[in-house]
Write a protein that binds this ligand. Structure first.
Ligand code: UDP
Length: 464
């Protein structure tokens, strides 16, 4: 008899595709009685990184590209989350069609959608399927979703003192700068979509969150107490890629790391699409130079929009934007690679001792899994929230201070890099990160918290 299907709907962008499929892989590895069909929306033709990744999937996961949404339908200068959300909106008729067709041909037990594909939850209900949201983000983000009406009330209040932090049960106090990007302009479409996303997630039968009990215990417990376990929350993480996708610069990075001393290198990267302004790029280059530490830097061409490269790559050579003579002066101490590095392997390498990171949640979890302390440098989306959590909450990161204009200057960069790599503070942070690394490994053991959560989820699908 054919195995029952779980229909999975990611949203646009490499980092909204890979996490939900990595979750699917783990689920099927633990519970092979199911199979997964994945309906993939994309803006324009799918990126090569996504296609390369799909080649690596096991045979019980069936990827299916929906007709791509024409780039003309989504304003290129719109906020990143709007672009992602609109791509899903335009794909809805195809999602519905394929889902109905799948249900007519096979036994589908559940629908699992990426948080940005929440509109597809309606089809799950129409087709009488159990419907879940996969949140490739932290429990802190989930708490913000659950408390979004309260958050909106606080942000709308005329009497609010912006210096006062916002405190939700079990969460690190949040200052204005920590809030996700859409919250900074309450009249914006991005903010309206944020509220809508938050509200609709709560209508799902359950939420699978890429976190683990030991990492965000207070937040997860408080959510349960506050909202009485409805919808059910399954902390199933950390779910990360076992190997980075994309061969670019791989051998060069790893061979270079092989020649360095243990824990001597700071890895510098801003995720799959983060970019800096030219001025900030210069300061970072001089800061790394002044720090006198070894570094491996993934450089991207500058842009005034921090998420410029997120939904597609620019092909120009980013190294031409570095300060004159930088590469020659730092040749003995640093390796600079254009646009992409095999991050998971780099973080796992024994020479890597720190990570200057844009605080995308996948990067944070990858660092936790390898026990690598972080320099938090958030750029966009919910990255500032993650930065607050790992800096003020978990105390496994340092954060450079920006000057009034928002620029992080070279001396500050040099100082925090040194503090992290060889200072007393860095040692304490490293110890705490080591503790989290062990906790992450335990969560994924046979009797670990995340594996149990995954089994509860699978049992519910089987028995309902
Ligand atoms: N990544 C990589 N090489 C790079 C940059 C990023 O392999 O040079 C991977 C990284 O390992 C992570 C993902 O891309 O899995 C980035 O996800 P994250 O959530 O950290 O940030 P986002 O790209 O969504 O901003």
């Amino acid at each position: 008899m054919e195995k029952p299907h779980i229909a999975v709907v990611p949203s646009a962008g490499f980092t909204h595709l890979v996490p939900i499929l990595e979750f699917s892989k783990l689920l099927l590895h633990l519970h092979p009685q199911f199979q997964v069909t994945c309906l993939i929306p994309s803006l324009g033709s799918p990126p090569s990184s996504s296609k390369a990744y799909l080649q690596t999937l096991p045979s019980n996961i069936h990827p299916f590209f929906l007709p791509p949404v024409s780039k003309e339908k989504v304003p290129p200068d719109a906020h990143l989350t709007i672009q992602i959300q609109q791509t899903v909106t335009h794909s809805l008729p195809y999602i519905k069609h394929e889902l109905k067709s799948l249900c007519s041909r096979t036994h589908v037990v559940a629908l699992v959608v990426d948080v940005f594909a929440h509109q597809a939850l309606d089809f799950g209900r129409e087709l009488n399927l159990l419907s879940y949201v996969y949140l490739p983000l932290s429990a802190l983000v989930l708490s913000l979703y659950f408390n979004s009406s309260k958050l909106d009330e606080i942000l709308s209040s005329e009497h609010r003192d912006p210096q006062e932090p916002i405190v939700f049960p079990g969460c690190v106090p949040l200052y204005d700068r920590d809030l996700p990007q859409p919250c900074h302009d309450r009249s914006s479409l991005a903010y309206k979509q944020f509220l809508e996303r938050a509200k609709r997630c709560l209508l799902a039968d359950g939420i699978l969150v890429n976190s683990f009990l030991e990492l965000e215990s207070d937040t997860l417990r408080s959510l349960k107490v506050q909202f009485g376990g409805k919808p059910t929350i399954y902390p199933v993480g950390p779910i990360i890629q076992s190997l980075s996708i994309g061969q670019e610069n791989g051998l060069e990075c790893l061979t270079w790391l092989d020649k360095q001393q243990p824990k001597s290198v700071i890895y510098v990267s801003f995720g799959s699409g983060g970019t800096l302004s030219q001025e900030q790029l210069d300061e970072l280059a001089y800061g790394l130079e002044l720090s006198n530490q070894k570094f491996l830097w993934v450089v991207r061409a500058p842009s005034s929009i921090a998420s410029a490269a997120y939904l597609g790559t620019r092909i120009e050579d980013p190294l031409q934007y570095l300060p004159q003579g930088f590469l020659e002066r730092t040749r003995e101490r640093g390796l600079v690679v254009p646009s992409w590095a095999p991050q998971v392997q780099v973080l796992a390498h024994s020479s890597t001792g720190g990570f200057l990171c844009h605080c995308g949640w996948n990067s944070v979890l990858e660092s936790v899994v390898q026990g690598v302390p972080i320099l938090a440098w958030p750029l966009f989306a919910e990255q500032s929230l993650n930065a607050a959590e790992i800096t003020d909450g978990l105390e496994v990161a340092l954060r450079p201070k920006a000057s009034k204009g928002g620029l992080v200057e070279r001396n500050e960069i040099a100082k925090v890099v040194r503090d992290l790599m060889e200072g007393e503070q860095g040692t304490k942070i490293r110890d705490r990160m080591e503790h989290l690394k062990n906790a992450a490994a335990n969560a994924l053991k046979e009797d670990g918290s995340s594996i149990k959560a995954m089994s509860e989820f699978a049992a519910y699908l089987r028995d309902t």
